[in-house]
Design a protein around this ligand. Structure first.
Ligand SMILES: C[C@@](CO)(OP(=O)(O)O)[C@H](O)COP(=O)(O)OP(=O)(O)OC[C@H]1O[C@@H](n2ccc(N)nc2=O)[C@H](O)[C@@H]1O
Ligand SMILES: Nc1ncnc2c1ncn2[C@@H]1O[C@H](COP(=O)(O)OP(=O)(O)O)[C@@H](O)[C@H]1O
Length: 272
């Protein structure tokens, strides 16, 4: 069984405050990309045969172990992971891989396992990838409400700077907190091809850690993209092109200095 593990961007991310458990209360709009990693999952008599980086520490491996343990080891699994998404870029690569392994194992070995709870134990971003599409998220990212968007041509650019999520969150200061996102206004603007009224509260901390990221954002705007924003905890950015031709031109230019791809968000899941 081969599955696409799509990347994601955050169409706005607002940090509302710090929770007692040390995590941050956030309000965000997740949007799955039309491209991502490739995960092959096949049944084997027993154990976990894994081909991918980090071995047992890989989120995809940990997802398999967690599911099979809760399902009582009904059998084993071979996982082959082919990465497309840059790591530590804020595109949710590891989280998406883990979610696809959970979905594949639920199909291979059906069992009374609460996938959402299991996903959340693997990471705050993992629950979203169980549903994909576009979703408003609250909490640490586990309280999800599906939203609809027409297909939009998006350009993703990673400047090749690894920015570990915990580091960025640790850099958050009280003045980085912000109000809730105007979700309906954001969706409306994007559907109309207009500049969306969103922000990413993690840009402040990320730019304090790596000031050169300001230039990256300015460069994407200078290339005519709109809605330019850092995705999640970065260091990848995304922006919307006027059309597919424009997206191709921009990617051809950006490819010289980092990871650049175009694709779409929205559409598949019940677009209006
Ligand atoms: C920033 C976001 C935005 O979508 O995504 P990425 O940039 O990682 O893709 C997420 O909040 C990341 O989710 P995820 O990458 O799963 O984070 P986890 O592994 O669960 O947590 C890593 C660390 O980030 C911090 N963390 C994470 C989520 C959250 N709401 N508050 C936090 O403070 C915690 O310090 C935690 O130890
Ligand atoms: N399947 C995986 N893909 C990518 N990174 C992984 C994976 N499993 C574990 N990791 C570790 O998790 C870190 C964050 O991975 P990733 O999800 O790509 O970043 P982000 O959460 O910023 O999108 C990586 O730097 C790597 O050390």
């Amino acid at each position: 069984m081969e599955r696409l593990a799509p990347g994601k961007v955050n169409l706005g991310l607002s940090l509302l405050g710090r929770r007692k458990d040390g995590y941050h209360e956030l309000h965000t709009l997740f949007a799955a990309l039309s491209f991502g990693d490739r995960v092959v999952v096949e049944p084997i008599p027993e154990g976990i045969a894994f081909q991918g980086r980090y071995g047992r520490r890989n989120l995809a491996y940990r997802a398999a172990e967690a599911y099979l343990e809760r399902a009582g080891w009904p059998g084993g699994v071979r996982i082959v992971l082919e990465k497309e998404l840059p790591e530590g870029a804020g595109l949710g690569g590891g989280s998406s891989d883990a979610a696809q392994v959970l979905l594949a194992l639920k199909a291979l070995y059906p069992a009374e396992v609460d996938l959402m709870a299991l996903a959340l134990s693997l990471g705050a971003d993992v629950p979203f990838f169980l549903m994909g599409g576009v979703a408003e998220a609250r909490g640490v990212g586990e309280r999800l409400e599906p939203k609809a968007l027409p297909p939009l041509p998006v350009v993703v650019y990673g400047p090749g700077l690894r920015l570990p999520t915990p580091l960025v969150y640790r850099e958050v200061k009280p003045h980085d907190f912000a109000p809730e996102l105007p979700v309906e206004a954001i969706l409306e603007a994007l559907a109309q091809g207009e500049e969306p009224p969103y922000w990413n509260s993690l840009e402040g901390p990320a730019f304090r850690l790596h000031p050169e990221l300001r230039e990256v954002k300015a460069r994407l705007k200078a290339l005519g993209l709109y809605g330019v924003l850092m995705s999640g905890s970065g260091s990848a950015f995304f922006g919307f092109a006027r059309d597919l031709e424009h997206a191709k031109e921009v990617v051809a230019l950006l490819r010289r200095t980092g990871y650049a791809r175009y694709g779409t968000i929205g559409g598949a899941h019940g677009a209006p």
